[in-house]
Design a protein around this ligand. Structure first.
Ligand code: 5GP
Ligand code: ZN
Length: 116
């Protein structure tokens, strides 16, 4: 989609530091990491957010995203020590980029409060 930063990363117009890629999913390091390891996992289709998932095809992307997170965790060696996955949705969720994405936050012990 025009003017979507993450679509531009998918098509190579904006560079990214890739961690994982398959037919449906791209994962790359967040440009402003909030944890020692901060990866974004996105579908290679412009879906705005969780509430805009609307077809079986869209849910296939979600399935692939979970598979990607599983593989990334092993690849980055955080599968045993653990990590957090966050998907911000809409205004109150603090979503800034309107292209579905899942943050993988890792590399330190995170607080027990999910939301502040
Ligand atoms: P949100 O607040 O929408 O859940 O998260 C968007 C994330 O995208 C932020 O953590 C932000 O740092 C990251 N981000 C925004 N623009 C870029 C970019 O051009 N490249 C990368 N790698 N990350 C970006
Ligand atoms: Zn997009």
């Amino acid at each position: 989609m025009d003017n979507c930063i993450f679509c531009k990363i998918i098509n190579g117009e904006i560079p990214s530091n890739k961690v994982y890629e398959d037919e449906k999913v791209l994962a790359f390091y967040d440009i402003h990491p909030v944890t020692p390891i901060h990866v974004l996992v996105i579908p290679k289709k412009h879906i705005e957010s969780i509430v805009k998932l609307e077809s079986e095809e869209d849910y296939e992307y979600v399935k692939s995203i979970h598979k990607a997170i599983n593989e990334i965790a092993k690849k980055l060696n955080i599968d045993e020590e653990g990590f957090r996955v966050v998907a911000n949705c809409g205004e109150n969720g603090g979503q800034e980029v309107k292209h579905l994405h899942y943050h993988i936050l890792a590399g330190k012990k995170l607080g027990t409060k999910v939301a502040e």
